[in-house]
Ligand binder design. Sequence first.
Ligand SMILES: Cc1cc2nc3c(=O)[nH]c(=O)nc-3n(C[C@H](O)[C@H](O)[C@H](O)COP(=O)(O)O)c2cc1C
Length: 158
Amino acid sequence: MDEQAKKTALRGISYGLYVIGTKVGDDVNAFTGNWVTQTSFAPPLVAIGAKKGTTSTDGIHDSGVFSVNVLETGQKDLAFSFFKPVSRVGNKFGDVEFYTQATGSPILKDALSWFECKVVHEYDGGDHVIFVGEVVDAGVHREGSPMTLSETGLFYGG
Ligand SMILES: Cc1cc2nc3c(=O)[nH]c(=O)nc-3n(C[C@H](O)[C@H](O)[C@H](O)COP(=O)(O)O)c2cc1C
C-alpha cells in the first residue's frame, strides 16, 4: 500500500470536533475528540473512538457513561483547552464552566448543544477503544453552526 495515499485518503474523512466528558471515580474529566458518529436511530446510538490508556478512556470504561459537547464554529480556544490533560476545580476546568445532568458527565455551559450516553457496547478498535453509547439525555443551549475539524487546520486520522 502507498502510505502517503492511505494517509491522504483517510484524512479526507470529514469530522466535527467535540469535547467528550466522563466520570473518573468521584471526579470528572474531558478531552477534545473528532472520532464521533451516530450508528442507530432507534435506539439512538453513538460511537466514539477513545485512545487506549488515557484518563478519559479508562474513565468511560469504568463508569459506563460519557457526554458529547457540540462546539460552535469559531470556538477554537475551547477545543484547544482539552487536547491536554485538564484539572477540575469545583465546577470548572480552568475557566471553562460545566454542570452535570443524568449521567454525571460534564456538560460545558458554552457548548452549542450536548447529549449524554450510557455505554452499551465496547470494542477493541486497534489503538483506540470504540464505545457505543445509548443517548439518554440531550439539550440545546443556543442555535448555531457546529465546529468542524477542518476549520482548526488540525488532523487526527491517517
Ligand atoms: C485534532 C485532535 C483530535 C483528537 N481526537 C481524539 C479522538 O477522537 N479520540 C481520542 O481518544 N483522542 C483524541 N485526541 C487526543 C486527545 O485530545 C488527548 O489524548 C487528550 O489529552 C486525552 O485527555 P485525557 O488524557 O485527559 O483523557 C485528539 C487530539 C487532537 C489534536
